[in-house]
Design a protein around this ligand. Structure first.
Ligand code: MN
Length: 363
């Protein structure tokens, strides 16, 4: 499995690259590509490197601290116990013909300079685009993990709605969501959980605070689970008590737009076409200027992971990509509605990975 991932990365590159060096610095300077090529789902791997080659092989260079975890990867293993040994291992692993590929996207500048000095005279080239492009098409193992991450988030949401009460603070609801996800096997939340009530739901990237739920509020939850390093990302908006006419209207438009977006997805379709399918519905309803972001983004080892659905991003959807579909309408001072699901692109349709009812739920 790691062999075919590595070969696909090199397949998206010119053939004068002899090796790719992936480096995990200290938190938060970690490179998901290190985990992609090693398939290590456990462990921290700070200050560790992986060097991969066009034939699909590779070497993990890590400390004694991670030796046991690292042994679970099919790649070769080099264990270092000093900085000097680390440098020697890196030099040995990079002693092949050709240029050295580096992920400019995630390597800190200081680390880059250290590696440059370690193998003086060698040519470094940026391979970040190839890494991102390769990771967009998921293999079977990745799809299984993403399905599990989606299922955990959807089930946690259901459990949370059962204990959501009037007077509860946003942060309490967020805590319940995280607890319910971890109870179901998530290693943690995929990103900072958004739990926003009333007028706060008009802010797409709100940070949950002390606002308490009261009758008539929108209650918006945008969160996800991380499972074996893969992420899910789901949003649902509820109404506390009985929804009024305007709330029903806005909710109905967003729901219709989201379903149209999902319906437009299939192998070979252009991203802007999918975005337009959803956006047109919101525009026709007169809320075009209140849908203030793109329709969706790629999802995987990162939460915003390569590609997306927007009027400007000229990408073609391919089988086994995973994307979010998340239209919204936001009215400052009043509130907002967003509905988001993760979908797997299949030949003729989209498969939803975050199954949760979409009709308006009044809590
Ligand atoms: Mn999202």
């Amino acid at each position: 499995m790691t062999g075919s991932r590595i070969k696909r990365i090199f397949g998206n590159l010119p053939d004068d690259i002899g090796a790719i060096l992936l480096y995990n610095g200290s938190e938060p300077h970690q490179d998901v590509n290190f985990f992609y090529v090693t398939d290590l789902t456990k462990g921290l791997f700070e200050n560790s490197a992986a060097v991969i080659y066009p034939d699909g092989t590779g070497t993990i260079i890590t400390s004694k601290l991670e030796e046991e975890s690292a042994g679970k990867s099919p790649l070769n293993l080099e264990i270092f116990s000093s900085k000097k040994e680390f440098r020697e291992c890196v030099k040995k692993a990079l002693d092949v013909d050709g240029k050295i590929g580096i992920n400019f996207e995630d390597m800190p500048h200081l680390s880059y300079r250290k590696f440059k000095y370690m193998v003086r005279g060698r040519k470094f080239v940026d391979v970040s685009e190839s890494l991102e492009k390769t990771r967009m098409i998921k293999d079977r193992t990745e799809i299984e993990r993403m399905k599990k991450a989606g299922k955990i988030a959807a089930e946690a949401l259901k459990a949370m709605t059962e204990s959501l009460r009037e007077g509860m603070a946003e942060y309490e609801a967020a805590a319940i969501l995280i607890y319910e996800m971890m109870k179901r096997g998530a290693t943690g939340p995929a990103f900072e959980t958004i739990s926003s009530f009333g007028e706060n739901s008009a802010e797409p990237h709100y940070t949950s605070g002390e606002r308490r739920l009261k009758k008539g509020d929108f209650a918006l939850f945008d969160f996800g689970a991380r499972y074996d390093r893969y992420n899910s990302d789901i949003t649902r908006t509820f109404v506390a008590g009985k929804a009024d006419k305007k709330q029903r209207e806005i909710y109905g438009i967003v729901k219709e737009a989201q379903m149209a977006g999902i319906d437009a997805i299939r192998d070979g379709v252009a991203g802007p076409e999918v975005d337009a399918a959803a956006r047109e519905i919101i525009e026709k309803a007169g809320y075009g200027d209140r849908f203030i972001h793109s329709l969706g983004h790629g999802l995987g080892l990162k939460v915003h992971d390569g590609g997306g659905l927007s009027p400007r991003m000229k990408m073609e959807l391919k089988e086994n990509m995973v994307l979010t579909v998340e239209p919204g309408i936001y009215i400052p001072g009043y509130g907002g509605v967003r509905i988001e699901d993760d979908v797997l692109v299949k030949k003729n349709r989209a498969e939803v990975l975050t199954e949760f009812p979409k009709e308006l739920i009044e809590l």
